[in-house]
Each structure stands twice: as structure tokens, then as C-alpha cells.
Design a protein around this ligand. Structure first.
Ligand SMILES: CCCCCCC/C=C/C(=O)SCCNC(=O)CCNC(=O)[C@H](O)C(C)(C)COP(=O)(O)OP(=O)(O)OC[C@H]1O[C@@H](n2cnc3c(N)ncnc32)[C@H](O)[C@@H]1OP(=O)(O)O
Ligand SMILES: NC(=O)C1=CN([C@@H]2O[C@H](COP(=O)(O)OP(=O)(O)OC[C@H]3O[C@@H](n4cnc5c(N)ncnc54)[C@H](OP(=O)(O)O)[C@@H]3O)[C@@H](O)[C@H]2O)C=CC1
Length: 282
């Protein structure tokens, strides 16, 4: 008997699948894990804090279990993947969701800070993908990897180290999709815009307060929307999307600043309109 069904997918969409969600104890990872379970998958939640993972697993029910470790540390990454295989005998889906950065102007990024962001987002993601492929997916002749990246793609002021790291991951996504297609492995990136998760609490107040206004949709994304996309990509459709970057951002990639631009409005707030050429010269 299913504890919770998906609001939008057919029952049993992912029956029999085993998934690994890094950063699965919190925010977007937790929401993705919940939706994968609602679709029938068994999910292993990975992260560094055992107590956070255990609390989420208790909330998600018996289909969720945990594997504690740091994806940046080779032995931990190996152990996480080995745990999934010992527990389920397979790994159908890796959601490379663990990642992040700190908010800082580009010119103030210290070398160690740059390296920390690269090591987590590029190094950790790469190691997990390679291990999933070598240990589970290539031997099985099948698997899906979803890499969580970042929109806007033109670079996010205050997060330029992360924008660069996620651009690298999107490039790797395309290369891996090509390289592992013959092994039956699909690789897709989800470029997430600005989502309502507890992680936003750590940003400076003016950033938190203004972030939804930078989204043309004029609201933050909801974790369940991201989770639906992850479940869709875990389904058969994900296989034909291999090599794609799917942007889920309420049009944030297309935001060019507030409209009307404050510098061009008149005292009444109206936008100037260009003079029409006289009819005889049109
Ligand atoms: C304009 C709109 C913006 C809205 C944004 C909305 C979009 C949201 C996107 C999200 O991704 S939300 C999810 C956020 N979650 C996370 O970021 C979680 C993971 N993050 C981390 O673990 C850290 O941020 C990390 C830096 C990526 C990794 O931490 P690690 O433990 O490896 O590093 P540290 O040892 O703490 O630091 C190393 C090095 O990094 C520099 N540094 C780290 N934090 C800061 C900081 N707050 N300010 C300045 N510098 C920092 C620093 O150089 C550190 O070296 P030392 O000073 O310790 O020598
Ligand atoms: N919220 C948003 O608006 C957006 C988020 N994203 C990305 O989506 C992902 C999830 O974001 P969100 O849920 O909001 O943020 P969180 O900070 O809640 O998620 C990060 C997760 O990754 C885990 N993690 C971090 N470092 C490591 C590590 N070295 N090894 C293993 N696990 C690690 C954390 O757990 P622990 O600390 O216990 O290890 C945590 O569960 C991140 O990659 C984020 O950058 C992208 C765009 C927008």
C-alpha cells in the first residue's frame, strides 16, 4: 500500500527503481526524494549530517534510507554508492543535488573560497557520477543521472563562483551524455532558478527580500515543482532528453532588470514612447 501518491504521475511510474539523492536530507533534495518515493522508487538519502538525514527518512517512510558521507571525499563517495548497491542491488537514478556556495561579490572571492565551491559542485558531482556509472549503471547497461545546476545562465552576481561551477557541470552533462550513451546511461541537468527552501535563510536580508522580484513569474519556485521534474526525468522520457539542460526558473534566465527601468521613466512613472515618423516618410 502506498503511503502517499504523486499528485501528477501515474501510480507505479518508478516501481522497482533504486535512487540515490545527494543532499537528500533538506530542501530540493528532500522534495525530490519524496516525489520519487510517491512514484514507487526506493531512495537512499546522502549528506554529511546523519541527524538531518535520519529525520527526513523518518518523515518519508520505509522507502527512504540514509548513507552519511561527504561527496568531496573519495572514500565517502565510494561508501555511499556501495551502500546503495548492498541495500538494493541496483542504482537506477543518481540525483546529483548536493551543492552550493556563499553569497559574495566576484572581486571578493578568495582563492580558498573559489576552490571550495569548485570542489563541491564540480569535483563532488563528477566523483559521484563516475562511481555510479562504474559500479552500477555500466554493469547494468542502464541508468539516469540528473545534475542540479543553476539559472540564470548569464551568471549570477554574488554567486559568480557557483555560476562558473554550474556551467562546468552543464558542459560535463553534455559530454557524459555522449560518452555514456552506448552504456544505456542518460545524463540531464536541471538548471534551477530561485526556490523556496530553508537554504535561502542564510543569504543577507536584502537578497532574500528581493529575490522573487527578479523572477518574471514574480514568485519563488516551489520544491514540489522541481521534484516533479526530477521524477519526470527519472521516467522513460528522461532517456530521450539525455544531454539536455532543462531550465526550471519562471523565466529567470530572461530577466533583464526591472521593467520599466527606473532610469527612463518620467515623474509619473510612465515609460517614454518614441515619436512616430510623419506618414509621408514611412
Ligand atoms: C541575487 C539573488 C540570489 C538568490 C539566490 C537564490 C538561489 C539559491 C541557490 C542555492 O544554491 S541555495 C543552496 C545553498 N546551499 C548551500 O550553499 C550549502 C552548501 N554550501 C557550503 O557548504 C559552503 O557554502 C561552501 C563554501 C560551498 C563549502 O563549504 P566548506 O566547508 O568547504 O568551506 P569552508 O571551509 O567553510 O570555507 C572555505 C573557504 O571558502 C570561503 N568562504 C566560505 N564561506 C564564506 C563566507 N560566508 N564568506 C566569505 N568567504 C567564505 C573562505 O575563503 C574559506 O576559506 P577560509 O577563510 O576558511 O580560509
Ligand atoms: N534553493 C534554490 O533556490 C536553488 C538551489 N540550487 C541548488 O539545488 C541544490 C539543493 O539546494 P537547497 O535544497 O536549496 O539547499 P540546501 O543547502 O538545503 O542543500 C544542500 C544539500 O547538500 C548537502 N551537502 C552539501 N555539501 C555536501 C557534501 N560535501 N557532501 C554531501 N552532501 C552535501 C547538504 O547536507 P549536509 O550539509 O548535511 O551535507 C544539503 O542537504 C544545491 O545544489 C543548490 O545549490 C540551485 C538553484 C537554486
Amino acid at each position: 500500500m502506498r503511503a502517499v501518491s504523486s499528485e501528477i504521475f501515474a501510480p507505479g511510474l518508478l516501481d522497482g527503481q533504486a535512487a540515490l539523492v545527494t543532499g537528500g536530507g533538506t530542501g530540493l533534495g528532500r522534495a525530490a526524494a519524496a516525489e520519487l518515493i510517491a512514484c514507487g522508487a526506493q531512495v537512499v538519502l546522502a549528506g554529511r549530517r546523519a541527524e538531518v538525514l535520519e529525520a527526513t527518512a523518518a518523515r518519508l517512510g520505509p522507502a527512504a534510507t540514509t548513507a552519511t558521507g561527504d561527496i568531496r571525499v573519495d572514500d565517502d563517495a565510494e561508501r555511499i554508492v556501495a551502500t546503495v548497491l548492498e541495500r538494493h542491488g541496483r542504482l537506477d537514478l543518481l540525483v546529483n543535488n548536493a551543492g552550493g556556495q556563499y553569497f559574495v561579490p566576484a572581486e571578493a572571492i578568495a582563492t580558498r573560497g573559489w576552490q571550495a565551491v569548485m570542489r563541491l559542485n564540480v569535483g563532488g558531482t563528477t566523483r559521484m557520477a563516475e562511481l555510479a556509472v562504474e559500479r552500477a549503471m555500466r554493469p547494468a547497461g542502464r541508468g539516469t543521472i540528473v545534475n542540479v545546476t543553476l539559472s540564470p545562465h548569464h551568471g549570477l552576481a554574488g554567486m559568480t563562483h557557483s555560476s562558473a561551477a554550474r556551467a562546468a557541470v552543464e558542459s560535463l552533462t553534455r559530454a557524459w551524455a555522449e560518452r555514456w550513451a552506448g552504456d544505456g546511461i542518460a545524463v540531464i541537468a536541471v538548471a534551477a532558478g530561485h526556490f523556496q527552501t530553508d537554504a535561502l535563510d542564510k543569504y543577507p536580508a536584502p537578497v532574500r527580500e528581493s529575490v522573487a522580484r527578479m523572477v518574471p513569474l514574480q514568485r519563488l519556485g516551489q520544491p514540489r515543482e522541481h521534484a516533479w521534474l526530477v521524477a519526470l526525468l527519472a521516467s522513460e522520457l528522461g532517456r530521450s532528453l539525455s544531454g539536455s539542460v532543462v531550465t526550471l526558473d519562471g523565466a529567470r534566465d530572461n530577466w533583464c532588470g526591472p521593467w520599466p527601468p527606473p532610469a527612463i521613466t518620467d515623474d509619473g512613472g510612465d515609460v517614454p514612447v518614441e515619436e512616430r515618423r510623419p506618414a509621408a516618410t514611412r
